[in-house]
Write a protein that binds this ligand. Sequence first.
Ligand code: SIN
Length: 508
Amino acid sequence: MGALYAALKLAPRPVLVISPERVGEGASSAWAQGGVAAAMDVADSPDQHAADTVRAGAGTVDATIADKVTRDAKDYILDLTEMGTPFDRDADGNYVLSREAAHSLARVVRVQGDQAGRQIMEALITAVRQTPSVQVLEGVMAAGLEVDNGAVTGVWVETSALNRSKPSLVRGAAYLLAGGGSGGLYALTTNPPRIRGQVIGMAARAGAVIADAEFVQFHPTAIDAGEDPAPLATEALRGEGATLINRQGERFMLAIHPDAELAPRDIVARAIFAQTQAGNRPMLDTRAALGAKVLTQFPAVAEACARAGINPAVDPIPVAAAAHYHMGGIDTAEDGRASLGNLWVCGEASSTGLHGANRLASNGLLEALVFARTCAEGIAATLGAAPADVPEVAIDFAPGGSSPDFDLVQQLRQTMTNMVGVVRDAAGLKSALRTIATLEARQADCPDFVNMTATATLIAASALMREESRGGHYRSDYPEADPAMASRSRITLAEALAIRAAAVKETS
Ligand code: SIN
């Protein structure tokens, strides 16, 4: 989403967008069900939205960034509406607002229940296709950054099909990374298959500083019916009154948090994980709250249930906690710049400080939009007047590149879920670092794979360093939050590799 929105905001300046699939397909944003959080209601305000964001973030949200992102949220909804996004409205034309966990009131603007991501992306894709200054190269992915004197000077790109090309260098005047997060590095995830931390890893390999890498958000209600990735059952269902029960029919959240099913996402995710570990089969029960309306009001959930042979109007939906959103990413300043020169970042690949240790639901798309515009304005201001008549980019791809080995990727993903997942400890994190090192050595010549292992290393090393529990990061060997550690983390890949080398050395 961020890439397309930024490209539109840069028009008529020429922009080349590269997309591994058909543009918009396989992007995390298109899979977002909940919607966009924005203070649209007269009873709401950007200040309240910012306060909820700070509270959910468990002590490490950058309040300046929370103010920046929430302040003009309404304008982005109006802009997307103008571009054709069919947000749900009531009979008086007011936006229908959903309630999601840790929001103090209903604040999430949605489309046909659970279709927000897909519909917003469709509106943006249509606009991009009608904008002659934007050239889209499909079937092409970034594999590395060329850096000179601390500034990005080019991007190595390759074809994304199974038969990869060798990397080719593309040069531009400025570079924006907007390629999603890291959820697919986990075996149990709600993210599209392509989203495996490659963008963060690529920037880290080029020397960019990475922030908050240890903070991965696990969504409590991924549908647990054997699909990979696991389809999401949106939190908006709990906002509508759906409950969480186990195979004994017990509503277990009542004993855990006063807000029960609408407790902060990390708390609900850990409760679900504990139920799964205990063999209690947690389930989302929409029957009393929605009955048959779930089938029409939440079409994506209904479709995923149908594929698994579940009728949610009649049966509760089996769920599991799955990697969903990476709060960490490329350290990104308020002006959208990374620590490398000539590099801007937006969306889940960035870490701006908005989400802290635990992202407030439906703040992800809003952050992507706000920072996409910030990046576009920054790039335009840096480059000055737009050049006229820039020719389209044509790339000669040479065959003979290397694609990630399926088994190695699956082993990496299983390691992340088992050892760097909802509950972590030092022994498991060190074991994960050793496995990541071994897997990486087996395909060190594949840029796509080493981008994944770089991000896996950053997450595991940062999780090992944070000897406390906070938000999405829970250490069973340090179960409490340490007030002295209530700050964001920053790490380079060189530092993370040194931590990994020490873990390897411990057993040799
Ligand atoms: C959801 O719909 O439950 C996910 C929303 C989000 O992750 O922001």
